[in-house]
Design a protein around this ligand. Sequence first.
Ligand code: HEC
Ligand code: HEC
Ligand code: HEC
Ligand code: HEC
Length: 177
Amino acid sequence: MKSKNLILILCLVFITSGGLLSQEFQYVGSAKCKICHNKPATGQQFKVWSESLHANAMKSLSNEKSLAYAKEHNIADPTKDPSCLKCHSTAGSVKESLQAGITIAEGVSCESCHGPGSAYKTNTIMKDEALALKNGMIKPDQKVCEKCHNKDNPFFKPFNFAEASKKIAHPNPMVKK
Ligand code: HEC
Ligand code: HEC
Ligand code: HEC
Ligand code: HEC
């Protein structure tokens, strides 16, 4: 009986520690990705992103539309309110212990779509897709977009995944698909 309980406890410890480990990937911020992903020959993903609405999503939270909405709904400051940050800022939507270099100001950052990069961002891991996926990288699909492109957004517009993906595309021309 005693040894049975011990096995049960060991199993539980194993399962919960595994669960904790898989959550330890941290958000390093887009400046880290820029080091390798800003060369014209491989698609300069950082530049494309930095000129997109995603990178500028925090700016919208202080425009007239936001301020009018905030006034109507008793929100003191949309740029600090969790109900807006949860979709307009990657850093603003994850707990502090997972923020390792990422800033609120960078808005909807690489890691909202590709997963927290602390473990996969090394060259050796990045070059091996299976290894990158194991280390927290995500290949974004429609579900990833719909974490934010949904009706909780006070200014929701119908979301068409195929069209929206084209608008934000940043392919690497050296990679054969
Ligand atoms: C040390 C260099 C380096 C850093 C830093 C780096 N990458 Fe990469 N990454 C690469 C290389 C090399 C590849 C493989 C060639 C390619 O697809 O561009 C790659 C591939 C990728 C891919 C395509 C993976 C696939 O198999 O489809 C994504 C997505 C990606 N990186 C995102 C990121 C993000 C997000 C960050 C920051 C958190 C980052 N990378 C940081 C070097 C790097
Ligand atoms: C973390 C939340 C979040 C995720 C995940 C996300 N988006 Fe967005 N997206 C936003 C926000 C916020 C805006 C509006 C930015 C602004 O204008 O302030 C936006 C804007 C856009 C726009 C510009 C809309 C326009 O009218 O031009 C496109 C296109 C878009 N997203 C596509 C995508 C696609 C495709 C995905 C998934 C691969 C995705 N988004 C994932 C939050 C997100
Ligand atoms: C569920 C995610 C989500 C939440 C929560 C959210 N937003 Fe957004 N917001 C978006 C997305 C996605 C867009 C891009 C519009 C689109 O294409 O649907 C956007 C666009 C906007 C725009 C530009 C709209 C336009 O038509 O020009 C403003 C301004 C804005 N949001 C303000 C806010 C404010 C203020 C809050 C908090 C009260 C907030 N948002 C909360 C996801 C969200
Ligand atoms: C709104 C979501 C979103 C954001 C933000 C975003 N990406 Fe992507 N990224 C995608 C999607 C969708 C693809 C296409 C996925 C595929 O081909 O499997 C992609 C593809 C890539 C690829 C692979 C290109 C190829 O052709 O192999 C790289 C590298 C990459 N992204 C890097 C970045 C970096 C670096 C940033 C930030 C500077 C970033 N992405 C920001 C959604 C995003």
